[in-house]
Write a protein that binds this ligand. Sequence first.
Ligand SMILES: *[C@@H]1O[C@H](CO)[C@@H](O)[C@H](O)[C@H]1NC(C)=O
Ligand SMILES: *[C@@H]1O[C@H](CO)[C@@H](O)[C@H](O)[C@H]1NC(C)=O
Ligand SMILES: *[C@@H]1O[C@H](CO)[C@@H](O)[C@H](O)[C@H]1NC(C)=O
Ligand SMILES: *[C@@H]1O[C@H](CO)[C@@H](O)[C@H](O)[C@H]1NC(C)=O
Ligand SMILES: *[C@@H]1O[C@H](CO)[C@@H](O)[C@H](O)[C@H]1NC(C)=O
Length: 541
Amino acid sequence: MQLSVANSIIQLLPKFLAKGTTVRSRRAVGGAKGSDKAAANPLLPLQLLAVLAVIAWTLFLYLQFSVLSASVEVVEVVEVSDGAADSADPCRGRYIYVHDLPPRFNADIIRDCRKTEDHWGDMCGFVSNAGLGRPLADPTDGVITGEAGWYGTHQFGLDLIFHNRMKQYECLTNHSAVASAVFVPFYAGFDFTRYHWGYDNAARDAASADLAEWLMARPQWRRMWGRDHFLVAGRTGWDFRRSSNVDADWGNDLLAMPAGRNMSVLVLESTLLHGSDYSVPYPTYFHPRSDADVLRWQDRARAQNRTRLMAFVGAPRPDADARMNIRVRDHVIAQCKASSTCGLLACARSPGSPQCHAPGDIMRLFQKASFCLQPPGDSSTRRSVFDSMVAGCIPVFFHTASVYKQYRWHLPNKDHLNYSVYIPEDDVLKRNVSIEAVLRSIPAEMVERMREEVINLIPRVLYADPRSKLETIKDAVDLAVEGVLDTVARIKRGEYVDSGRPVSEDPPNMYFSTESRFGPKPKSVVTRMMIRFKQWIKGPQ
Ligand SMILES: *[C@@H]1O[C@H](CO)[C@@H](O)[C@H](O)[C@H]1NC(C)=O
Ligand SMILES: *[C@@H]1O[C@H](CO)[C@@H](O)[C@H](O)[C@H]1NC(C)=O
Ligand SMILES: *[C@@H]1O[C@H](CO)[C@@H](O)[C@H](O)[C@H]1NC(C)=O
Ligand SMILES: *[C@@H]1O[C@H](CO)[C@@H](O)[C@H](O)[C@H]1NC(C)=O
Ligand SMILES: *[C@@H]1O[C@H](CO)[C@@H](O)[C@H](O)[C@H]1NC(C)=O
């Protein structure tokens, strides 16, 4: 009986303390000054201490327990309520506050979508349907259609998709004081596009500088100097880091600005320069609305009859002979052309044609192939990697920066060869290794296991339709938010965090012994001399 009274007092405590903290957080939301004052106000903790003391004494007198054991209990209660949220709250530690930016940072930029027409084609068709683009219509088998979640999504459309998708995030809060991270819905990628051609660097940087000024004047900034803020810049990091680029005219300098360096900036390809640009998958054409959509698609990917060993979709880069990692692409295309088992959708590169093939044709080819060749393009990463994985096609990489050093929140961080094949570009460029021979040398049951890995990874690289919500499956946005929250938590603990992953080991070259088409390399002069020297040492037998 005495014990139950003690328990009820202890149970009341967290409620009382929680009340105290909500008052505090509400005040904190009131404004910059308010938040500082509330945080620094010594009165509240004093009041709490007084209350704790009275309760401890009451317990002592009532129960005639030792003061020590009662105060130990009280201390535990204080720890539980210290997080400003109930420990049973499933959103605890996951609340996100979304900045209500003036429209010049997002909606107005979308209204400028026709501005890009002269160089990259009109982006307006790609901003419909919450950023997914036009619904696809599949005349062949009626599977890749808008009703089934397929859209003509632009590879650089993520700014808008992510923003809309965040509206479905389950732990949003309007009280920035309880938020663990702050989302900044600035359309950095679209901003790049509208000012890229025909403007000077000042025009390119204007919106980013304006944004930095706006953010730094907000009370939320001062809490962690922006280190708990994140935004999405749906292009490669090189587009936002002009000062590190070879071309002093390429891109804006968002990532190099003091405010840009403090925020986490989610890009499609990290520059891996130990900065604040974290990579997230390129958007694909598939945007499911429910868990069932995802599961149905995975089953379809498993059931495909893959009649081709390999496939490639993309344009050659004949102008890029000085850069090795681009040159490998032309070798890949040449090998694919020469192979009867390789499906090829080659296309000429013409300005103003952002996609050289109908998405339906690309997806149909990828579903028919066991392996999809993914040599680097203008940069190390490709949208096609994600399209092919969604089709259940095992990616073949020629460069470790294509995926293995990127996408740490979305793809495995080790054992990369469980879901992909790695043929170092030098094998193709210098040894003229046959990609077909390499792929044929992989045992069938291993191919089966790798494909299952790829199919299991599909949900992780998908952006669900922002107008609905997957029930239990985590999509690329869920994983990105988890990554941001983890990053902020580590910064709070005082860890040094940046986006350049710790140098991980490259995967081993499994196919080094695969013969090139023209037989093994002749032994070098040095090797021949060594052999002769060893024979000489051994003497005549
Ligand atoms: C935040 O406030 C807006 C406008 O008052 C409201 O529409 C929205 O539902 C609120 N969000 C949350 C998570 O409470
Ligand atoms: C960025 O964060 C550091 C602390 O990590 C802070 O000293 C600096 O002032 C911040 N920069 C801006 C622009 O707020
Ligand atoms: C694959 O081939 C089998 C046997 O030829 C056939 O029964 C099945 O329908 C095919 N599956 C697909 C998805 O085309
Ligand atoms: C890769 O595959 C091996 C063998 O099946 C397994 O033991 C290992 O856990 C896998 N690694 C990852 C990261 O899934
Ligand atoms: C590599 O193989 C291709 C295809 O057989 C051949 O045409 C080409 O000449 C070879 N290149 C070199 C450098 O041996």
